[in-house]
Design a protein around this ligand. Structure first.
Ligand code: 3HC
Ligand code: NAI
Length: 698
């Protein structure tokens, strides 16, 4: 008979060693607290408590993590008992001491399980944290009640509002861990037996280390101000305050109410989508089974300008030795000095130690001439954006680079297939498109050419991950995923100026949506000359931008651009001269200016991007809508709380977007605004981009 469900073994097992019950959780890949794990944990602990041959209990897990937290995939589904707070209450309520042996990451609900134990031991490499705020929620299984009572309200609040994990050493100094030991299991067993001999230590729920109330209120006030737009922060503060004001059980109820409210909010749904989309993006569709990345021990970067320097830093930061190649000693020195300057700033700011700085600079070697690329396993070209120059370089590289070396271009717009055709080894060629500043920005578009070999592609994605980037695979087209969509937004932003909006209104609409910077503030920061040069080369025009450049308004660097920066040089204020230029262009084009409401501005900026995203999916340039979201979230500052452009489109409802795009196309006569066939089809079928991705994954 065909089996409906795979037979799964019990994820929680228990053995008795020397009078200690070792309760082991094995739920790969990260031991998330699924219903089966919660149930198994309660049963195992209760059985051990009832077993007269057992004196103490150790809870541990198998694999590379301890417990990564609640099972996030369960959040949208009906709850299955026992709840995590109930499961942890059972652990805490045993008559025998329970010690957590933390063998790897203990995050969220995983740390909360450990806090329900009576003592904790971890391996030195373990990371501990409460990352719930990053998912738009708050710790929901006692973390806001036990941790403050155990280590003090201020450090507990810091840990849960930052969401960042800490090392075992730090956790020990904060009082979260009782011991740190290479063999955490053995140490936990020994500790459990010692505890069994004496009085059981107080449970964290009964600890009294909250600390000073005024200090808590001061810290909470500062955090509330900093995180004013983040409802998770306010909820954390409220729940921790309850630890001062209310008995443990009432505090738990307050925490639970916040947890459920936040979990069911669209913001948390969006952030969960972001979490899974980023991970899905790392899976490359269509790779032959068993494709292995090529080994990479050394890198070379050609061109030590704005991008090349940052890319070289990314390699050095990941511990990969890198050769930075320039055309002359002078250019090379300039590039290396900029890199050194960046590191020096980090040391001054305290984000990098002097020792780490020395180590990283030591991994960057500067050379003149392409021959220096000979030793590299991956070569990233970051010279001027000129096809002729790039082809010449790739043509020469075919004879210089090691056989099997991956040859990548950082081009923003150029045709990767045309570049690949200039070598005899097009299988090694692909795009590795970093974002500025390359040592900071997370996004890496990996551009798969027609001839790119599967293992070359896998190598680039793997290298991206080693560089702590978020790699997303794109097909070849003008601007790839991100810049191609950005071009739609830019065109509309320019058009809005001519129809009646001012730069500050356009930027404000995007700021209100959650972007830190609007398109015009962004252009002022980057410099208007960049777009101007691209337009010169392609024969395109942008009347307002061109007029500003001709008036010497290049942005922040000239203290004048779309805004005036005469004050501190960084804060732009609206400028009557710009208003005059815009009004003149409107008049020249015979446009009667009108007031454009902020809602329309936002729709005009976002919907054409979503439309282009649909075309990108249709053409197979992106494999998943979630990949497009990942690009915008990590490369262009799309606000995470709305999940990215395609997730946002689903939330708004696709029929509405189709209808508005038709309106815009009608009103402007701009055919590019007509809704994409895929968008129309999904809207008509009642489909969504999320459902499309799910279907593709299945
Ligand atoms: N629930 C469900 N699946 C999870 C998960 C979780 N909590 N954490 C990770 N996974 C899945 C990932 O989706 C991925 O699946 P895939 O292979 O199908 O793509 C797989 O586990 C491996 O994850 P990573 O690729 O991220 O593995 P890494 O080794 O790079 O990182 C990790 C491991 C550091 C544990 C990382 O996965 C992580 O940060 N996980 C999430 C931690 C988290 O946010 N925990 C809090 C959950 S909310 C909570 O606990 C609420 C509670 O307070 C009630
Ligand atoms: P840049 O002008 O700052 O630097 C280019 C460097 O390449 C110069 O230092 C130049 O001396 C060097 N160079 C020129 N020919 C060379 C050769 N034959 N051998 C070795 N070095 C050579 O340019 P930038 O901004 O760093 O851009 C580089 C590439 O990255 C371009 O293709 C660009 O489109 C792309 N890019 C740029 C981004 C940006 O924000 N600046 C973002 C993403 C990609």
């Amino acid at each position: 008979m065909a089996q409906q469900e795979p037979v799964t073994s019990n994820p929680v097992t228990s053995t008795v060693e020397d009078g200690v019950a070792i309760v082991r959780i094995a739920n790969p890949p990260v031991n998330a607290l699924s219903a089966a794990v919660r149930g198994g944990l309660v049963r195992a602990v209760e059985a051990a408590d009832a077993d007269s041959s057992v004196r103490a209990i150790v809870v541990t897990a198998e694999g590379r993590t301890f417990i990564a937290g609640a099972d996030i995939t369960e959040f949208g589904k009906p709850p299955v008992p026992p709840t995590l707070p109930d499961a942890i209450a059972s652990v805490e309520a045993t008559s025998k001491p329970v010690v957590a042996a933390i063998n790897g990451a203990a995050l969220g609900g995983g740390l909360e399980v450990a806090l329900g134990c009576h003592a904790r031991v971890a391996t030195p490499s373990a990371k501990l944290g409460l990352p719930e705020v990053k998912l738009g929620i708050l710790p929901g299984a006692g973390g806001t009640q036990r941790l403050p009572r155990l280590i003090g309200a201020v450090p507990a609040l810091k840990l849960m509002t930052s969401g960042d994990p800490i090392s075992a050493k730090e956790a020990q100094s904060l009082g979260i861990l009782d011991e740190v030991a290479e063999d955490a299991l053995a140490a936990a067993k020994a500790l459990a037996l010692r505890l069994a001999g004496g009085a059981r230590p107080a449970a964290a729920s009964a600890a009294t280390n909250l600390g000073d109330r005024d200090a808590f209120e001061a810290a909470a006030g500062a955090m509330a101000k900093k995180g004013a737009e983040n409802p998770s922060i306010a909820a954390c503060i409220d729940a921790v305050r309850a630890a001062f004001d209310k008995p443990f059980d009432e505090g738990m109820a307050i925490e639970r109410a916040h947890f459920i409210r936040l979990r069911d909010d669209p913001r948390s749904k969006a952030l969960r989508h972001v979490f899974f989309a980023e991970r899905a993006a790392a899976r490359i569709p269509g790779l032959p089974k068993g494709t292995q990345p090529r080994p990479v021990a050394r890198a070379a970067v050609i061109g030590g300008g704005t991008m090349g320097g940052g890319i070289a830093m990314s390699f050095a930061n990941a511990g990969i030795p890198v050769t930075l190649i320039e055309t002359s000693e002078e250019n090379l020195q300039r590039g290396l000095e900029r890199v050194a300057g960046n590191y020096a700033t980090s040391v001054k700011r305290g984000s990098l130690t002097e020792e780490a700085r020395g180590k990283r600079m030591g991994l960057i070697e500067g050379k003149v001439g392409l021959e220096a690329a000979a030793g590299a396993d991956v070569v990233v070209e970051a010279v001027f954006e000129e096809m002729g120059l790039k082809k010449e370089i790739f043509g020469k590289l075919q004879g210089i680079a090691k056989p099997g070396a991956v040859l990548a271009t950082n081009t923003s717009y150029l045709d990767v297939d045309e570049i690949a055709a200039s070598t005899s080894r097009p299988g090694d060629v692909l795009g590795m498109h970093f974002f500025s500043p390359a040592n900071v920005m997370k996004l890496l578009e990996v551009v798969r050419g027609r001839e790119t070999a599967p293992d070359a592609l896998a190598t680039a994605v793997e290298v991206g991950r080693k560089l702590a980037k978020v790699p997303v695979v794109s097909g070849v087209c003008y601007g790839f995923i991100g810049n191609r969509m950005l071009a739609r937004r830019t065109a509309q932003a320019d058009r809005l100026l001519i129809e009646g909006a001012m730069p500050e209104e356009v930027d404000a609409a995007l700021n209100a949506f959650g972007f830190r910077m609007g398109p015009f503030a962004m252009t002022d920061l980057a410099g208007l000359d960049i777009g101007w040069r691209i337009r010169q080369a392609s024969g395109k025009k942008s009347p307002v931008a061109d007029a500003l450049v001709e008036a010497g308004r290049l942005g922040q660097k000239t203290k004048r651009g779309y805004y005036d920066y005469a004050g501190d040089g960084r804060t732009g204020v609206p400028d009557p001269e710009v208003r005059a230029v815009i009004e003149r262009v409107s008049a020249e084009q015979g446009v009667t200016r009108r007031a454009i409401p902020p809602e329309e501005i936002l729709e005009r900026l976002l919907y054409p991007m979503i439309n282009e995203g649909a075309r990108i999916l249709e053409e197979g340039i992106a494999a998943r809508a979630g990949d497009i979201d990942t690009v915008w979230l990590n490369g262009y500052g799309w606000p995470a709380g709305t999940g990215g452009p395609m997730f946002h489109a689903d939330s708004l409802g696709l029929p509405r977007i189709v209808a508005r795009l038709r309106d815009f196309a009608q009103a402007s006569g701009d055919e590019s605004l007509r809704p994409a066939a895929l968008l129309v089809r999904l809207a008509e079928e009642g489909g969504s981009f999320a459902a499309l991705d799910e279907k593709a994954a299945a």
